[in-house]
Design a protein. Structure first.
Length: 219
């Protein structure tokens, strides 16, 4: 009788273990796909009381934020009341440092003095904001616009020149005659003849001038 009860007990335990495993395997097979950067993994953990324990885990990845879009550089101006940072380093309208303070305190100063908060440096800890009047903001915007105009871009970018030179070299390898025309931008101080020399130096082992470069007036 004792042996029979023991056998029934063992059979019941076996059935319970099978149901336990089926429940987890059924969850694994019927679980809907989740949108992770990496798919979840099922791991098996040994347990002295059970044959196996299944658990859902998310693999660690140091590149989970690789798809985060980089912030665009904001235009100079008032940020209003939308300040994402809790602690700020605030500069007064006279250019004096007021130290670090909570954004609520900075907004209170802004309201009390009828000023505006302008973000100066975001990539520091804490970010730097300045209290400014509307007139100060307008004058600073004009200064930045004038500075941008006074910084002319080179007529031909370095990468662009390298690309064009590679194209010329490919044409020469195919035994084509190549005519190069460089137009000088208005107000540019770039030496056009120096650019021709740079191009010739790159392909000097395969080609040379048929005629010397010269300045031609359009019209």
């Amino acid at each position: 009788m004792t042996a029979l009860c023991t056998m029934k007990y063992l059979c019941q335990v076996t059935r319970n273990e099978n149901k336990y495993a089926k429940r987890f395997f059924g969850t694994l097979l019927t679980q809907t796909a989740q949108k992770w950067l990496f798919s979840p993994l099922w791991i098996v953990v040994s347990d002295p009381k059970k044959s196996a324990v299944f658990g859902l885990t998310q693999p660690f990845c140091t590149d989970e934020k690789s798809h985060t879009q980089q912030k665009r550089k904001a235009a100079f101006g008032s940020v209003g009341r939308r300040i994402p940072y809790r602690i700020l380093h605030v500069i007064s309208q006279d250019g004096e440092s007021l130290g670090n303070m909570h954004r609520a305190e900075a907004l209170k100063l802004m309201d009390q003095n009828g000023l505006k908060l302008v973000l100066l440096r975001e990539n520091v800890e804490p970010p730097v904001y300045r209290l400014m009047t509307g007139q100060q903001i307008h004058e600073e915007q004009l200064k930045r616009a004038e500075k941008k105009k006074a910084s002319p871009k080179p007529a031909i970018a370095k990468n662009d020149l390298e690309t064009k030179t590679k194209q010329i070299a490919q044409w020469i390898e195919k035994r084509h005659h190549v005519k190069v025309t460089i137009r000088q931008a208005k107000g540019s101080s770039t030496d056009m003849f120096m650019l021709f020399d740079q191009i010739l130096e790159t392909v000097s082992a395969k080609a040379t001038y048929l005629s010397k470069p010269k300045v031609a007036r359009e019209g």
